[in-house]
Design a binder for this molecule. Structure first.
Ligand SMILES: [Zn+2]
Length: 312
């Protein structure tokens, strides 16, 4: 074993995060299982590819189920069950992915969707009483926000926060739009943009955690049950390994007290760390790059001619 590798192994074993060698990440996937058609891979191939990449690297993740994306049908329910049977956790992400920050969406409507999703996923293996807010938005009024806090408490549901937020969904949409027109398009620029995006966010949120809490916290990564992850998840796992990060489970990560914080000023659509920073009145230098929806990565693809210049 090389000296640095030995030192890293030793420090990780001793939990010495202050030396920066014990940064860990837990993978979570939202909006799944998804039965909608995409280019290149069938729904079963996408679900299988995600599970295979996780299994190969012994990563135990969580899938947050949006019922109407597929688990309301036998094939999709079997996909969700496969996650639980493989040792992953299953959490709740509503029925129709409605937005609690929309004026027209009532608290009652939102609660009913949480309960309807709960009825389907609760009997499945791997079920956890975890709720992930759709769009990471907790409500546009104090009544909705306080109402949901009381509702989750009454039903023993945990707010399954995200700390390491990504815009994988935006790169996925760009990839799908290109493949729809050009099925044999080169995937390499998308893979590169996806990996660069994840790396930038991982390093920026690690830095923010150190600034806020003085240490590395176990990061909870948000990805989606989509084509780009089905194609490149294993590359993402390798990249985290190359950065020296280790893998933890969402269950273990959520034991950290950071995930029991209730920020005074939740930032709609953002990581818990952004909400915490905002509540503390703290604004780091790289603020915009923490949640700019991957604008720099999309722009990079436009400049390479991979995406049309008018792509948004
Ligand atoms: Zn979602």
């Amino acid at each position: 074993m090389r000296p640095m590798t030995f030192l890293k192994t030793l420090c990780t074993g001793l939990g010495l995060s202050a030396l920066g060698f014990a940064q860990s990440v837990a993978f979570t996937f939202d909006d799944g299982p998804r039965l909608a058609a995409t280019p290149r891979l069938s729904p079963a191939e996408r679900n299988g590819a995600l599970l295979a990449a996780l299994a190969k690297h012994h990563v135990k993740a969580a899938l947050f189920v949006t019922l109407n994306n597929g688990a309301d049908q036998p094939e999709g329910l079997a996909f969700a069950r496969a996650w639980g049977e493989a040792g992953h956790a299953l959490g709740n992400h509503t029925v129709t992915h409605l937005d609690l920050n929309e004026k027209a969406v009532t608290l009652k409507q939102y609660e009913d969707e949480v309960l309807a999703c709960d009825r389907v996923i609760r009997p499945l293996p791997g079920f956890k009483p975890w709720f992930r807010f759709t769009f990471l938005r907790e409500g546009d009024t104090p009544e909705k926000r306080d109402g949901m806090k009381a509702f989750l408490k009454a039903h023993n549901l945990f707010n399954a926060y995200v700390s390491l937020d990504t815009s994988d969904w935006r790169l996925d949409a760009a990839l799908v739009s290109v493949l729809a027109k050009q099925p044999d398009a080169d995937l390499k620029p998308f893979r590169a943009a996806y990996l660069a995006h994840l790396r930038q966010r991982a390093e920026a949120y690690r830095d923010l955690s150190r600034r806020l809490f003085g240490r590395d916290i176990p990061q909870v990564l948000l990805l989606h049950h989509n084509l780009i992850n089905a194609l490149f998840l294993e590359d993402a796992i390798w990249q985290f390994k190359d950065l020296g990060w280790t893998f933890t489970t969402p269950e273990a990560a959520y034991q950290d007290f950071v995930y029991s914080l209730v920020p005074q000023r939740p930032s709609p659509g953002q990581s818990l760390l952004i909400s915490a920073a905002r509540s503390l009145g703290y604004r780091p230098e790289n603020w915009e790059r923490l949640f700019d929806d991957g604008d720099a990565d999309i722009l990079g693809l436009e400049r390479q001619g991979v995406l049309p210049a008018s792509y948004e």
